[in-house]
Design a protein around this ligand. Structure first.
Ligand code: 13P
Length: 249
C-alpha cells in the first residue's frame, strides 16, 4: 500500500491575521500532491480568516493549543468547542515550547489529549528529548514517559504523534534520517504495544528543521509518515516543496 503522508504547518506566533489569509490562499493555489494531506495551524486569532479561505478545500485546519474544558472562567484560554466551531479538526498538544516556556506538565498534556478527543479534535501530541537528555542517553526513556503519561487510559487511536527532538527545533540542526527513523521505530513499537494492530494506523511525524532540501530523505524512512513543519511552513513555496517531497520519498 502506498504511504499517505501528513504534512502539518505549525505557524507558531508568526504573521498578522491578514498575512495569514494570504499565506493560506497561496498554499491552496499551489495544489497538493496525491499522496499527501495538508494541515495548517495558525495562531488562534487567525483561525477565522484562514478557515474562510480553506472552506470546502482538502486542506484542514488545526490550532496550536487549547484549554481542556468546554467553557468556563479561564481568562485568556480557548476551548476545544470553540476550535470546533471555527472549523478546526486538529490541535497541537504538548509542543516543546509549551512544555518549556509555559511549564506544561505531562499531566496537563494528558488532560488536553483527552479533552481534544472528547470534542472530536485530533490531537497532535508532540514528544521529544532535550540535548542534555540525548547526550546522557535518556532519550528513549523521556519519550516513552511523555507518551505513556499523555495516553494513559486512552483507547481511541484518533491521534497523531510528532517526534520533535528539542535540539532540532528552530536550530537548523535536523536529526539524521537514521537517528529519526530509530526513534520513530521505537515510538511505533510503543503504539503497537498500547493499541495492537490499530497502532499501525497512527501517524508518526518528524519535526525539527525540516526544509525542502532534507524532507525527501526523512520521508523515505519506513516509520516516518510526514512532518510537523515550523519555520519553513510560513513560506508557501517552502511548505509546498516539502509536501512535494512526499511524492519522491
Ligand atoms: P522548525 O521547523 O522551525 O525547526 O520548528 C519545528 C517545530 O517546532 C514544529 O512544531
Amino acid at each position: 500500500m502506498e504511504k499517505k503522508y501528513l504534512i502539518i504547518g505549525n505557524w507558531k506566533m508568526y504573521k498578522a491575521p491578514s498575512q495569514a489569509v494570504d499565506l493560506a490562499s497561496e498554499i491552496l493555489k499551489a495544489g497538493c500532491p496525491e499522496n499527501a494531506a495538508l494541515v495548517v495551524c495558525p495562531p488562534f486569532t487567525h483561525l477565522w480568516g484562514v478557515a474562510a479561505v480553506l472552506k470546502n478545500s482538502a486542506i484542514a485546519l488545526g490550532a496550536q493549543n487549547m484549554y481542556p474544558a468546554a467553557e468556563g472562567a479561564f481568562t485568556g484560554e480557548i476551548s476545544p468547542a470553540m476550535l470546533r466551531d471555527l472549523g478546526a479538526s486538529y490541535v497541537i498538544i504538548g509542543h516543546s515550547e509549551r512544555r518549556s516556556i509555559f511549564r506544561e506538565s505531562n499531566e496537563l498534556i494528558h488532560q488536553k489529549v483527552k479533552a481534544a478527543q472528547d470534542f472530536q479534535l485530533t490531537p497532535i501530541l508532540c514528544v521529544g528529548e532535550t540535548l542534555v537528555e540525548r547526550e546522557s542517553g535518556q532519550h528513549r526513556e523521556v519519550v516513552e514517559e511523555q507518551i505513556s503519561s499523555a495516553l494513559e487510559g486512552i483507547s481511541d487511536t484518533h491521534l497523531i504523534i510528532a517526534y520533535e527532538p528539542v535540539w532540532a527545533i528552530g536550530t537548523g540542526r535536523t536529526a539524521t534520517p537514521e537517528l529519526a527513523q530509530e526513534m520513530h521505530a521505537f515510538i511505533r513499537d510503543l503504539l503497537k504495544k498500547r493499541f495492537r494492530e490499530e497502532g499501525l494506523g497512527v501517524h508518526i511525524l518528524y519535526g525539527g528543521s525540516v526544509k525542502p532540501g532534507n524532507a525527501a530523505e526523512l520521508f523515505a524512512q519506513p516509520d516516518i509518515t510526514g512532518g510537523l513543519i515550523g519555520g519553513a511552513s510560513i513560506v508557501a513555496e517552502d511548505f509546498m516543496a516539502i509536501a512535494r517531497a512526499a511524492e519522491v520519498a
